[in-house]
Design a protein. Structure first.
Length: 125
């Protein structure tokens, strides 16, 4: 049985240094799970749903690559600015939240800077 995700879920990026919470914004008739708004696969927007992951260490990130080159090849972590352009996958196709598949704990999404973003805690209380 899938574990559904709600506002406050903990996120982790494979190249980030911190674990921000997922923010779920449902201004009209939210769907609640244990008192928190339930997430769907469309809750992937950077800075709105997904906050920065602290420091980024991916050389695919231009700011990290430039800083590392300036430091003669010694990896320089730079502030994370998530660059996500596609929804979470996979969602639960049998449970719809606001017309979209529900987000589950095994869903992942990708940052354009090569980071894999996953859910480490569903946010359920």
């Amino acid at each position: 049985m899938p574990v559904y995700v709600c506002k406050g879920a903990k996120l982790k990026c494979s190249f980030g240094s911190s674990q921000p919470d997922l923010n779920v914004i449902q201004p009209v008739k939210p769907v609640y799970l244990h008192g928190e708004p339930m997430a769907n696969i469309q809750d992937y927007k950077p800075m709105m749903n997904i906050q920065p992951f602290g420091q980024c260490k991916s050389l695919a990130n231009p700011s990290v690559a430039v800083a590392t080159a300036a430091a003669n090849g010694k990896l320089q972590e730079m502030p994370c600015i998530p660059n996500i352009t596609a929804p979470w996958m996979p969602g639960c196709m049998t449970i719809m939240v606001k017309g979209q598949p529900a987000l589950t704990k095994d869903s992942k999404c990708m940052c354009m800077w090569a980071g894999v973003i996953e859910i480490t805690d569903s946010g359920q209380k």
